[in-house]
Every structure is written in structure tokens, then in C-alpha cells.
Design a protein around this ligand. Structure first.
Ligand SMILES: Cc1cc2nc3c(=O)[nH]c(=O)nc-3n(C[C@H](O)[C@H](O)[C@H](O)COP(=O)(O)OP(=O)(O)OC[C@H]3O[C@@H](n4cnc5c(N)ncnc54)[C@H](O)[C@@H]3O)c2cc1C
Length: 395
């Protein structure tokens, strides 16, 4: 039976778990320092040991069959407490696609390795010229006996440099509507013909990549579901992605930090909190956070009652990402002059001293710079507004 534990009891269990996070890991997350693959994997292993790595998966696939409320509570509490971002590509994205649409052989082969963090997955959707207009993707998969030959390019592929596998949308047919010729392929990143080129973003960090495929041989058994059915699976995955990017727990954590800065940063002989324009800005952010949190709880209640997320998933993505950016900007502003010096090397250690300002300054600036992407990834906010216009306003 689903959700046997009462929500308050479950929240207590998650808090207890989050209290046990290693201090070094929590310190890095709390101060936006650089996380390595080992940091993320260490967290995934802790979750695995607790039996929660795939809590929202059905029990038959090793999950706990969490209700939408339990899942929300888990994400809220762990992010708030300083747990790393739960890298979604395996546990949240491809795992559910595989147990829903995959063959028995694919389930047997891949699901245990996702649960054990043996495989690191990347998401190969976007291409140059096919981001918002994903159906325009051009990476081709041509059948050659019992293999596909894959040729093309993906871009913005997060952590491809760490990936063992990539799930890709590829074009298997040029006929009919563009959406109909798209298939969902699982590609081993060790295959010959794959080249990864790093993209260093304006926070001077390397998280995203270009991935090139030059006649890469992929066994036909790595096709998920039907050939030409990829668009349907991709849409299911994208709607999961949008609900997750509201990231309320993360905003709660960042707001707390901002409040602390407002109390400890001195301006004109007193704390920043006493400076009316800043106090007003802080109050507005807190109000927006409260409204977002309430909206998310309403959406969770609707999901508990069995309704599918519609326009509200887009609304939460827009409001969540804008809030993250505005909190990060307020923190960067609160740094004052210390906010104009940024050196990504200061993110490497346990908070080495920057040129000027508090030791938290590099992490705050990284968050501000990297966070500009939040209104782009997971479906840009303009596209989310188009979806709301269609679904909610009938335009
Ligand atoms: C940090 C980061 C990580 C990412 N990670 C991944 C990943 O792991 N895997 C992956 O596949 N992709 C990833 N992406 C790609 C991301 O999904 C795309 O960037 C996004 O879908 C936008 O596509 P685009 O960059 O091609 O921009 P475009 O689609 O070219 O859009 C450019 C601008 O035009 C606007 N626009 C486009 N069409 C419309 C329209 N119809 N109406 C109104 N405005 C419109 C957009 O909102 C945007 O402002 C990542 C992106 C970033 C920035």
C-alpha cells in the first residue's frame, strides 16, 4: 500500500537522514563550492544505503512507491538541509522511462545499475538548432543489420564527461511529421566514434558539453519501445523535469543565507536588514517563496487526488527559476565591492580565501552566474509561457 508513513512522520525521518550528511559535503553544498563526481556518488550511496535512492519508483523495481507528497517532502527537506542536487538523469529521467516503456532485458540490465550508481547517465536531447524546437533534431540513426549507425551532434549535455551511458533522441525516419520519426536510444559512451568537447560557461566551470557521434554503432536492442515512438517517451520525461525544477527546498536554503547576510553585513553603520530598500527586497522574496511553496503543495494535493500536472507545472518552473535567480542576485548585491571579484579556483577547496570579502563570496557569485541558466534549461521560460497560454488560456 502506498504512503503508509504519515507525512509528519516521514518528514521527521528525512530530517533525521539529512542531519547525518557528512560535514564536508554539506559545507560544499551550503557554500556553492565545486562538487566532483565522487561527491554526488557519495550522496547517492548514502541514499542507496537508506533505501531511498529511487524512493518514487514502484516497489517492484526496487523503489518505495512514495506518494507525490512524500517525494516533495523528500526533495524539500534534503535540499534545505544542504544535500547535493540529486542528479536526475538516471534515477528521475531514464529509469522511469525504462520501467514504463523498456523491454524486460533493458529493465534487468539497466535498472539495478541505476539503483547502485554503477552507471552515470547523461541526457542527449538538445542539438544546435533544436532546443526549444526539439522536434527539429537532426542526429540520424540508420539501421545497419542488427545495429543503428548514429551520426550527429548533441549540445549542452550536462556531465557528459562523467557519463557511462547517454539516452538520446535520434531521427530514424524523415517521413511523416517530424515528431513521428524520432526514436529513443541508449548509447554506451565508451563506443567508438563519440567525442566530447567541454563548454565552459560564464561561471568559468565545466558542467556542460558538446557530444559528437560519428557513425557510432548501437545495438538495436538499445532502442527503447517502438521505433518512431521516442517523442511520446520524451514528453513524459520532460513533464517530470518541469515539476522538479521548482526547487523550493533550495530556495528556502538560499533565502536563509540571504537573511543571515542581511543581519551580518554592515552598511552605513548598521546591518543591511535595517536599510529600507534591501528590507523591502527581502520581504518580497520571502513572500514569493511562500506563494511558490503553497502552489507546489496545491499541485501535490492535486497529484495525490490523481490529476496529471498541466499548466501549473509550467507555472512552477517559471516562478521557481525566477525566484532562484532573484535570491542569487540579491546575495551578489549584498556582497557589495566583494561581488566584483570572481575566480572559479576559489570554488575548489573548503572555502579558500578570495581576494576580498567573506569566504562565501566565490560560491555566491558562482550561484548568481550559473543560475542565469535556470530560466533556459528544462524548457525555457518563454516556452513555458506558451504552454500556459495554450493549456490554461486556450490561446
Ligand atoms: C546549463 C544548461 C544545462 C543543460 N543541460 C542539458 C542536458 O543535460 N541535456 C540536454 O539535452 N539539454 C540540456 N540543456 C539544453 C536546454 O534544454 C536548452 O538550452 C533549452 O531547451 C533551450 O534551447 P536552445 O538553447 O536551443 O535555445 P533556443 O530554442 O534557440 O531559444 C533561444 C531563445 O528563444 C526563445 N524561444 C524559442 N522558441 C520560442 C517560441 N516559440 N516562443 C517564444 N520564445 C521562443 C527561447 O525561450 C530562448 O530565449 C541545458 C541547457 C543549459 C543552459
Amino acid at each position: 500500500m502506498r504512503g503508509q508513513t504519515k507525512p509528519a512522520e516521514f518528514r521527521g525521518e528525512v530530517r533525521e537522514f539529512a542531519r547525518m550528511l557528512p560535514d564536508g559535503l554539506r559545507h560544499k553544498v551550503m557554500h556553492n563550492l565545486k562538487l566532483e563526481k565522487e561527491d554526488y556518488v557519495a550522496y547517492l550511496k548514502l541514499l542507496e544505503a537508506r533505501g531511498w535512492i529511487v524512493g518514487h519508483w514502484p516497489k517492484q523495481y526496487g523503489g518505495c512507491d512514495w506518494t507525490p507528497l512524500q517525494r516533495f517532502i523528500f526533495e524539500e527537506e534534503t535540499s534545505e538541509a544542504g544535500a547535493p542536487w540529486l542528479i536526475p538523469f538516471g534515477v528521475n529521467y531514464v529509469g522511469p522511462i525504462l520501467y514504463t516503456f523498456g523491454s524486460q532485458a533493458q529493465k534487468d540490465r539497466f535498472l539495478p545499475r541505476i539503483r547502485n550508481s554503477d552507471d552515470w547517465w547523461a541526457q542527449g536531447y538538445s542539438e544546435p538548432g533544436a532546443g526549444s524546437d526539439l522536434a527539429g533534431l537532426r542526429t540520424r540513426a540508420v539501421r545497419d543489420g542488427d545495429h543503428y549507425l548514429v551520426t550527429g551532434q548533441k549540445i549542452w549535455t550536462t556531465y557528459a564527461q562523467w557519463a557511462d551511458w547517454i539516452f538520446c533522441l535520434v531521427r530514424t525516419s524523415q517521413e511523416d511529421r517530424p515528431q513521428k520519426g524520432i526514436s529513443f536510444l541508449l548509447i554506451n559512451m565508451k563506443s567508438s566514434g563519440i567525442t566530447i568537447r567541454p563548454i565552459v560557461t560564464m561561471d568559468m566551470c565545466h558542467d556542460v558539453n558538446e557530444v559528437f557521434f560519428d557513425a557510432v554503432r548501437v545495438p538495436v536492442e538499445n532502442l527503447v519501445g517502438e521505433e518512431g515512438g521516442g517523442w511520446t517517451y520524451a514528453k513524459v520525461l520532460l513533464s517530470n523535469e518541469r515539476v522538479l525544477v521548482a526547487e523550493v527546498g533550495r530556495s528556502t536554503r538560499q533565502l536563509r543565507r540571504l537573511e543571515k547576510m542581511a543581519d551580518t553585513t554592515l552598511r552605513g553603520g548598521g546591518p543591511l536588514r535595517g536599510y529600507a530598500p534591501f528590507a523591502r527586497r527581502l520581504a518580497e522574496l520571502k513572500l514569493r517563496h511562500f506563494v511558490l511553496q503553497s502552489t507546489c503543495y496545491q499541485a501535490v494535493a492535486d497529484a495525490m487526488a490523481g490529476s496529471q500536472p498541466g499548466a501549473e507545472a509550467s507555472l512552477m518552473k517559471i516562478r521557481g527559476s525566477e525566484l532562484q535567480q532573484d535570491i542569487a542576485e540579491a546575495m551578489a548585491d549584498a556582497l557589495g565591492l566583494a561581488g566584483i571579484v570572481y575566480n572559479a579556483q576559489d570554488l575548489e577547496g573548503m572555502g579558500s580565501a578570495p581576494g576580498i570579502g567573506p569566504f562565501e563570496a566565490p560560491g555566491i557569485l558562482k550561484d548568481h552566474l550559473h543560475g542565469r541558466a535556470a530560466t533556459i534549461y528544462g524548457g525555457s521560460n518563454e516556452i513555458q509561457r506558451n504552454i500556459i497560454a495554450k493549456l490554461a488560456l486556450g490561446l
